[in-house]
Design a protein around this ligand. Structure first.
Ligand SMILES: *Cc1c(COP(=O)(O)O)cnc(C)c1O
Ligand SMILES: [Zn+2]
Length: 394
C-alpha cells in the first residue's frame, strides 16, 4: 500500500527577494538573486491532522512532525532514527553555577553522532523523491558523515569534499560508509567552490548548507522538539554554536510556524550565537552593527563545525539575533575544550567542542548579567566528542 503524507507545502520563497517557487522540485539558490530559499506550508491544513494531542502517539524520530516536512511519499523517507533526542536536565552543572533550569539538548545522540543527521535525512529524502542519483557536499566534518550515511541507505553516490585537516574520525567514517572522499588543501569555502565548479558536468546535486532548501526543514525540528519537550513553553535563552546557521534559522522558523498554528504564544527565547575566537564572523558583525559578516581570512578552531569563514545566510542569523534580543559571544579554543570536559565530568555527556563552547559562553554571560541565574536556559550540544579525539588529547 502506498502511504502518502499530507502534502502541505504551498510554495518556496526567497529569503532575500521574496520571489516564489513551485513546491516539490529540486532547488539550489534563488535564480534571481542567489540567496537561500525557504519552504512555506498551509499551516491551517497542517493543523487539521497534526495536533499536540496527535503527537502523543507519534514515533520517536523527527518524522513525528511529517506534516510540516516537505517529503510527499513516506516510501521516500530515508531514515536512520534521527531526532527526538533527549532534553537533559543538567542538575549537577546547574547546582554548581546556581542555575536550576539548565538543560542540554543532546544532539550527539543522532545517527552519525551529530545534528547534521536532521538536515541530511531531509535533503536525501527529497533528493530521492525527486530522482537524484548523485549528491555532493563540502563539509567541515559532520555534514560529510551524515550525508555519507543517508546516501548509502538511499543507494546514491556521495561525493564529499573536506579540508585536509578535518578530524580524522569524520574522514574514516565517510569512507566506511562508502562515500567518495576528497581531501582539499584549503577551507570549507574552497571545498564548496570545487563542488560548484564540477557539479554540472558530474551530475551531482549540491546539498551545501543553505544552498538547498530542505536541510533547514530537517534542522527546524529541533525547535518543535524543544517546545514539545518543555510542554509547549519555550525557554528564556537558547545557546547555539554557529557555523552556517541552519539550526538557528530553522528553529526560528519552527517557532513562527508553531505560533501560527496556535501551539505557542509570541514569546521568543533570546538566541545566543556562540563561535570560537579563531573564527567569529557572526560575533564580530553583531557587535559592529553590521548586516553581513566579513570573510574571515585565516580561520582556525578545533571545533570544526564552527570553522565557517563566511556563511551565505549570515544576514538571516544576524536579523534573528537582534529580533530575539539575543547576542553573540566568542570563546577561545582552550576554553571550549575544557568546558566540554566539564560537561562530560558533571553530566555524563561527551560533548563536541562546539557544545563545550556553549558552557564557556554561558559563564561569560552570567558574569556580565546578560543571562540571569533564574532563567530557563538550553544549550544545544550539536554533536559528540567522539569525532574529535585529537582535540581532547594532551
Ligand atoms: C555543523 C556543526 C555546527 C554548526 O551548525 P550550523 O547549523 O551550520 O550553524 C555546530 N556544531 C557541530 C557539531 C556541527 O557539526
Ligand atoms: Zn531571491
Amino acid at each position: 500500500m502506498l502511504v502518502i503524507f499530507a502534502m502541505n507545502v504551498t510554495h518556496l520563497f526567497c529569503s532575500a527577494c521574496d520571489k516564489k517557487f513551485e513546491p516539490n522540485k529540486l532547488y539550489n539558490l534563488c535564480t534571481d538573486c542567489g540567496m537561500p530559499l525557504m519552504v512555506e506550508y498551509d499551516l491551517e491544513k497542517v493543523g487539521e491532522s497534526l495536533t499536540k494531542e496527535s503527537l502523543q502517539n507519534a514515533g520517536s524520530t523527527l518524522w513525528r512532525y511529517a506534516e510540516v516536512l516537505p517529503v510527499e511519499n513516506r516510501q521516500n523517507c530515508v531514515s536512520l532514527g534521527e531526532g527526538w533526542t533527549p532534553l537533559h536536565h543538567a542538575k549537577t552543572l546547574g547546582e554548581k553555577y546556581e542555575i536550576p533550569n539548565l538543560f542540554i539538548k543532546d544532539e550527539g545522540m543522532n545517527p552519525t553522532q551529530s545534528f547534521k543527521a536532521r538536515g541530511m535525512t531531509m535533503a536525501v529524502s527529497m533528493a530521492k523523491e525527486l530522482g537524484v542519483e548523485k549528491v555532493a557536499v563540502p563539509s567541515a566534518g559532520n555534514a560529510a558523515g551524515a550525508l555519507s550515511a543517508y546516501a548509502a541507505l538511499a543507494g546514491m553516490e556521495a561525493h564529499i569534499f573536506v579540508p585536509n585537516d578535518t578530524p580524522k574520525a569524520c574522514i574514516i567514517e565517510c569512507k566506511a560508509l562508502g562515500a567518495n572522499v576528497r581531501l582539499v588543501d584549503g577551507l570549507i569555502t574552497d571545498c564548496g567552490a570545487i563542488v560548484a565548479k564540477r557539479k554540472e558536468k558530474e551530475g551531482w546535486f549540491d546539498v551545501s548548507t543553505l544552498k538547498e532548501p530542505y536541510r533547514i526543514e530537517g534542522k527546524k525540528t529541533m525547535g518543535y522538539e524543544l517546545a514539545e519537550q518543555l510542554d509547549w513553553e519555550l525557554p528564556d535563552v537558547i545557546f547555539y554554536p554557529t557555523g552556517g546557521g541552519t539550526g538557528l534559522i530553522g528553529m526560528w522558523k519552527a517557532f513562527d510556524e508553531m505560533e501560527k498554528m496556535g501551539w505557542i504564544g509570541s514569546h521568543r527565547p533570546r538566541m545566543i550565537s556562540v563561535q570560537s575566537s579563531g573564527c567569529s564572523p557572526i560575533v564580530d558583525a553583531f557587535h559592529q552593527d553590521l548586516t553581513h559578516g566579513a570573510n574571515i581570512e585565516n580561520p582556525h578552531t578545533v571545533a570544526s563545525g564552527l570553522r565557517v569563514p563566511k556563511a551565505i545566510g549570515d544576514f538571516i542569523m544576524l536579523d534573528i539575533l537582534r529580533k530575539s534580543n539575543g547576542t553573540a559571544v566568542s570563546v577561545s579554543d582552550k576554553r571550549l575544550v575544557e568546558d566540554s570536559e566539564e560537561i562530560g565530568a558533571n553530566e555524563g555527556i561527551f560533548a563536541a567542542p562546539e557544545g563545550g563552547a556553549l558552557l564557556a559562553a554561558l559563564k561569560k554571560l552570567l558574569e556580565t548579567g546578560e543571562v540571569k541565574r533564574d532563567e530557563k536556559i538550553v544549550l544545544f550540544n550539536t554533536g559528540s566528542g567522539i569525532k574529535y579525539l585529537e582535540a581532547f588529547e594532551d
